[in-house]
Design a protein around this ligand. Structure first.
Ligand code: DGL
Length: 304
């Protein structure tokens, strides 16, 4: 293990805990879904905002960044690493699983299995992600393994900065949606929001797709299923926007259920780390988390 990273044990607590990792703050939506259900779970969250965004970077770079993050998190007593980032899950997690003894889960497998359960023959599943998530073809490959033959993919990189700027409704948000999604095929029944930021853009995605496809649109997450756009005249069943939170929650719960000392993960202790500008990190974090967050502490990864 890299000594400089391993020696950065900056945490006070030494309980068992589950780590969540993302390029920035977007993964807090996944973290929050898990802690809402398990409020006493000990967690640690790391957002690598100094090197954000990952979505426009290649597999080798993202794998190196994620490896450095995992070394840090392992040194903080993390016993499970949840890679909440869609890009890192797509381009790096398969390799990370081979390299680390610590269990590492990404969002791809469970999420694709969930989408496959909703898939009907001769229909289609859509995947929306960052540029490198889509370019990796990882979602498409895993969906095919799960029996989903028809996949439509689209990278929507502009959604990411718009969400962080708080522009998730109005003309600019609608124009971005129309630019990326106008040609979505009408036989899509499930749209996978395969990027941390997209659940915060779901309302405008739903409005755009509902209008274009003349369909009711619902969102399904760990917390709820709710109608985002209602269409009385359409003939098709509702289009489902799916976020990754249910499948990540299920994976965390099955890890805990199989752990002989699962009670030792319960102490209600959570810590937040970033790699740059903690005050700004905390500000943007409020876009993604509704619960009160610990003050983020800045750490260094790799050669930063
Ligand atoms: N966290 C990234 C993802 O889910 C989005 C932001 C970025 O590009 O780093 O793919």
């Amino acid at each position: 293990m890299n000594k400089s990273l391993a020696s950065q044990n900056v945490s006070e607590a030494h309980q068992r805990r589950i780590a969540f990792f993302d390029s920035g703050q977007g993964g807090l939506t996944v973290w929050e879904s898990v802690v809402n259900k398990h409020p006493t779970l000990n967690t640690i969250y790391l957002g690598d905002n100094a090197r954000y965004p990952y979505g426009n970077k290649g597999a080798d770079t993202v794998t190196r960044y994620a490896s450095e993050a995992i070394l840090f998190l392992a040194a903080q007593n993390a016993e499970l690493i949840v890679v909440a980032c869609g890009t890192a899950s797509s381009v790096a997690v398969a390799r990370l699983k081979q390299v680390f003894r610590l269990p590492v889960i990404g969002i791809v497998e469970g999420f694709c299995a969930e989408a496959a359960q909703l898939f009907k023959p001769n229909r289609r599943v859509a995947v929306l992600g960052t540029r490198f998530t889509v370019a990796s073809g990882r979602f498409e490959a895993v969906l095919k393994e799960c029996g989903v033959e028809n996949v439509w993919q689209r990278s929507c990189p502009l959604f990411v900065p718009l969400v962080e700027e708080g522009v998730s409704s109005g003309d600019i948000a609608r124009a971005a949606c129309r630019m990326y999604l106008s040609d979505m095929p009408s036989d899509v029944d499930v749209v996978m929001l395969a990027c941390t930021h997209f659940p915060r853009f779901a309302a405008v995605i739903a409005e755009t797709l509902g209008e274009i496809l003349n369909r009711t649109v619902v969102i399904r997450s760990a917390e709820e299923e709710k109608v985002l756009y209602s269409c009385q005249s359409g003939q098709e069943p509702p289009l489902i926007l799916l976020d990754s939170s249910s499948s990540v929650l299920a994976a965390v719960e099955s890890f805990l259920a199989a752990h002989p000392n699962r009670n030792q993960f319960m102490g209600g202790h959570s810590e937040l780390f970033c790699t740059d500008a903690p005050a700004r990190f905390a500000q943007v974090a409020q876009v993604f988390a509704n619960t009160a967050l610990a003050n983020p502490r800045q750490i260094s990864l790799g050669s930063l």
